[in-house]
Design a protein. Structure first.
Length: 73
């Protein structure tokens, strides 16, 4: 069983987000690849300050997983 970091963040008035560690586990990829996907616009998110890093929208991760599962999309 793979350890899934408990790094989901949610507020009732905002979209649910996660950090790069969660995305790494979900997509089975490296930290660098997560940042490359973000830079290319394949993952949507935002940066929080200098130290707290990147937050990725969870629906963006789910959409990327769907696109990778069905290459006709």
């Amino acid at each position: 069983m793979t350890h899934r970091p408990s790094t989901l963040y949610a507020r009732s008035d905002r979209r649910q987000t996660c950090n790069y560690e969660f995305v790494m586990v979900e997509l089975a990829c490296s930290k660098r690849h997560v940042y490359n996907l973000f830079d290319r616009g394949e993952l949507k998110g935002f940066f929080i300050g200098d130290r707290r890093g990147l937050r990725i929208y969870l629906d963006s991760v789910e959409e990327l997983k769907r696109r990778n599962a069905d290459p006709t999309m």
